[in-house]
Design a protein around this ligand. Structure first.
Ligand code: ZN
Length: 178
């Protein structure tokens, strides 16, 4: 049984390793996507369920995408500010700058390669998830002062992330977590 991992869990700070071909079973991906959809998330990276491998899922309302061994080939200097949340850091929502446009390369679970250009929300989700594979969290982009303000909330998540997630409070402006 896969379980969501929360802020403070060391697996969220590890650099994930490359996925080998045939390593991801459909059952496993299905279980992971169920966790994502149950929690009303739009993205879920492997480290968030304790697996230190370079892949993630996302669905921005179109279809479920399986992204394996992703790379960002190009990113625009132009950034956009948007509100983000993370299933591993429940109830924290912050404005984060991300490149407005990115060009990415990745594989699916069958080993097929894709090169795509993304903008807006999809580009934001992709960058957030790829950060997870490098041990980076969205709160790392916040100022020191802001992070200090968040400390009590983060300490609470470390202790009882699961309970907080279950409270399922409404996010501001309906921001979905990734
Ligand atoms: Zn996240």
């Amino acid at each position: 049984m896969l379980k969501l991992r929360f802020y403070g869990d060391p697996v969220l700070r590890k650099i994930s390793r490359t996925v080998q071909s045939g390593e991801l079973s459909e059952t496993f991906l299905k279980e992971m996507s169920e966790i994502m959809y149950t929690q009303d998330g739009v993205g879920l990276a492997a480290p968030q369920v304790g697996i230190s491998k370079r892949f993630f899922l996302y669905d921005i309302g179109e279809q479920l995408n399986v992204v394996v061994n992703p790379e960002i080939l190009e990113k625009s200097k132009e950034t956009e500010i948007g509100q983000e949340g993370c299933l591993s850091i429940p109830e924290v929502y912050e404005d984060i700058p991300r490149s407005a446009k990115i060009k990415v390369k990745y594989q699916d679970q069958h080993g097929n390669f894709y090169v795509k250009e993304m903008t807006g929300y999809e580009a934001r989700v992709f960058q957030h998830e790829l950060d997870h594979l490098n041990g980076k969290l969205f709160i790392d982009y916040l100022s020191l002062i802001k992070r200090r303000t968040l400390k009590p909330q983060l300490d609470e998540i470390k202790e009882k992330g699961e309970e907080i997630l279950k409270r399922k409070l409404q996010s501001p402006e309906g921001t979905k977590s990734v």
